[in-house]
Design a protein around this ligand. Structure first.
Ligand code: SAH
Length: 352
């Protein structure tokens, strides 16, 4: 038996690997080892969550951003983007559409757009909470003051997605000229302390990213114990400084998804839109490698193409109903069952 087999078996049995072991695994695995890894990850997912796949309606409500992340298509320096903002009324209407389609989690994502003041967001959250009391509300709006996070939580937000992007300080600083490594982590800690279900995560295939960096990403997640983990391939955007870079591969991303499932077994892991963009079967393959969430886009068609973090994003032409039912049949064809409940993390339910 190979040493890789023993490592994978250990990961399956103990949900624990050292950084050295992860790096070794990333450097040395064969195609067969990869299949074995996916099989273990799927088994662990089934043990914790069965065959359920949770759906979240994603509303991309503004592509205006004050930050300048080198990889991102909506960075402030990209003057070619047509910018938009949805009004609170439009966002609420979008939730209504999502609700009708059965979604019980709304994810409100945007660039870092301070036009939406704390007061505006509080009012919006209260309105969503009042109209849809049983729905979960997830924010993904980047860095704000701790007091703001507190007010938003008090107003009804349940969850917050903020990828740590990369656990390598050096790489983080290169990619985020307007941001600080410590701030991102401080925000994640603050969100957790306040009581949000928190999602962290990272991109795979960033320029200069090593296997040791990716191992560090998993170790950071293991230590932080997020409720949700977003992992997607980096996809170069032509209007950014990284346009000529290579981007992440399907296999490398699936390996990271599977390892995240083994190391943080009770987390909620989306099969990301970026994976679906990279490969038509990307999301299904992620579900078979340990992912258990899909986030269909319900952003209004009129602005949808403008929320281009990367190009050729899937779903740009599919109205919300098509996304909803098309996805459901694909999820079923892959052998899973759509679950339309709030889908809280097991960690969160256990701590309640
Ligand atoms: N402003 C919010 C939302 C960010 S967009 C925040 O700061 O959290 C959501 C995620 O898209 C980012 O966290 C990043 O990991 C990913 N992303 C951005 N540009 C990308 C690209 N070119 N390829 C793949 N993923 C990208």
């Amino acid at each position: 038996m190979s040493d890789l087999h023993n490592l994978l078996e250990k990961a399956y049995r103990t949900n624990d690997l050292t950084k050295k072991e992860i790096t070794y695994l990333l450097e040395n695995h064969s195609d067969e080892d990869r299949e074995e890894l996916y099989t273990y990850a799927l088994k662990i997912k089934q043990k914790y969550y069965g065959n359920k796949v949770y759906l979240r309606g994603l509303i991309e409500f503004s592509n205006i951003c004050r930050q300048d992340c080198l990889y991102c298509g909506i960075r402030v320096s990209n003057t070619k983007v047509q910018r938009y903002r949805l009004t609170p009324e439009e966002i609420l209407a979008c939730c209504g559409q999502g609700y009708k389609l059965g979604y019980r989690t709304f994810v409100l994502q945007s660039g870092e757009d301070l036009w939406y003041t704390e007061e505006m967001l509080v009012e919006l959250l209260q309105a969503i909470r009042k109209t849809y009391p049983e729905a979960a509300i997830t924010l993904s709006i980047g860095e704000r003051r701790t007091e703001t996070y507190q007010s938003l939580f008090a107003a009804g937000a349940d969850r917050f997605l903020m990828r740590h992007e990369t656990a390598s300080r050096e790489l983080y600083e290169k990619l985020h000229p307007t941001m600080r490594f410590e701030d991102r982590r401080a925000c994640l800690n603050a969100l957790k302390d306040i009581g949000y279900q928190v999602g962290a995560g990272f991109m795979v295939g960033l320029p200069g990213q090593t296997n040791a960096d990716l191992a560090a990403d998993l170790c950071y997640l293991k230590e932080f114990q997020p409720d949700m983990i977003g992992i997607g391939p980096f996809i170069p955007h032509s209007e950014t400084p990284l346009d000529a870079e290579k981007g992440g591969t399907l296999e490398d991303t699936l390996v990271m998804v599977a390892l995240a499932r083994l190391l943080i077994p009770d987390s909620l892991i989306p099969a990301t839109t970026a994976l679906g963009t990279l490969n038509p079967q990307g999301r299904e393959l992620a579900l078979k490698a340990g992912a258990n969430v899909v986030m269909p886009i319900i952003t209004p068609m009129s602005v949808r193409k403008q929320y281009a973090l990367y190009e050729n994003k899937i779903g740009g032409d599919d109205p919300p109903e098509d996304c909803r039912y098309g996805l459901e049949s694909r999820i079923q064809a892959a052998g899973f069952i759509v679950d339309l409940s709030r889908g809280d993390s097991r960690q969160f339910i256990a701590g309640k």
